[in-house]
Write a new protein. Structure first.
Length: 276
């Protein structure tokens, strides 16, 4: 009826759908490369150097499931290098919201590997940009064949997903070799959350489910930052971060998460624990 306005959730869903279609595989086939524009929008056109000696990005060439594509970011800096990685920005070029996540590494935590799972909407380049303590940016990329990851239905039904919101799990993995003596640890934190992209459709109502996701996750050991993550719609359902770091002898490991509706979830575990 004339004069009636669409609900904001429907407008958001329609806008994201339009963005998704704008980045369809046909565009890639036409040779469209969004990366130069993303460098301007995300990094303010700051110069970038080849990062092959600084950072590695590992993803499958062809994704088995476009809604949960594994990605690992691994530091290649020599221990003798006085520089350290300050941040890593993950960009999925052809996704409706290309900025997937920004990882800030604790100054003393010596994080050398980060793994998570992402949604990939089309055949696309995926870039990882490391900012080092010298202020320089270094970029690496890989190519992934996937389709429909942003609009794929949730793996869990809404009731189950909502029941899990805010639940946190922490695992610590044993290190081979000198892990115990060197203080190097490998751990994993999972946050129960639907991480709705805004492009998924409710199978009953046929309406788009509003975007609703974890946009901030902070991990620390006795108050000292290990890793923080600023995430978007490209991070998969139940955000899952696995990483290596160096223990500072802390007795407790803490996770705090915030989502786009302002909910705050937090949990603390004994640093030596591998419990949930």
């Amino acid at each position: 009826m004339i004069g009636h306005r669409l609900p904001s959730t429907l407008l958001l869903g329609a806008w994201l759908l339009g963005a998704c279609l704008a980045f369809a595989p046909a565009k890639a086939a036409d040779g469209y490369d969004p990366w130069p524009g993303l460098v301007q929008d995300i990094f303010n056109n700051k110069p970038m150097q080849d990062g092959s000696g600084v950072l590695a990005i590992e993803m499958p060439t062809r994704a088995e499931d476009a809604s949960v594509v594994p990605v690992t970011l691994r530091s290649k800096l020599s221990p003798a290098d006085e520089r350290r990685i300050r941040t890593i920005t993950l960009v999925i070029d052809q996704n409706p919201a290309p900025l997937a996540a920004k990882f800030t590494l604790g100054a003393e935590a010596n994080v050398t590997a980060i793994s998570t799972r992402v949604r990939v909407n089309n055949y696309t380049d995926v870039h990882a940009v490391a900012e080092l303590t010298d202020g320089q940016l270094y970029v690496v990329k890989t190519f992934v064949k996937a389709s429909g990851g942003c609009s794929a239905p949730a793996a869990k039904n809404p009731e189950e997903a909502n029941a899990r919101i805010g639940q946190m799990r922490y695992r610590q993995f044993s290190q081979a070799g000198d892990g115990a003596s060197s203080g190097i640890r490998e751990a994993q934190v999972m946050v129960g959350h639907p991480n709705n992209s805004g492009l998924q459709m409710d199978q009953v109502t046929q309406l788009y489910i509003p975007a609703f996701f974890v946009d901030k996750l902070t991990l620390s050991q006795d108050g000292s930052l290990v890793l923080s993550v600023e995430g978007g719609i490209s991070i998969s359902e139940d955000p899952n971060i696995r990483f290596t770091y160096v223990s500072n002898g802390a007795k407790h490991f803490r996770a705090e998460a915030k989502d786009t509706q302002g909910h705050v979830f937090e949990h603390e575990w004994p640093a030596q624990s591998s419990g949930t």
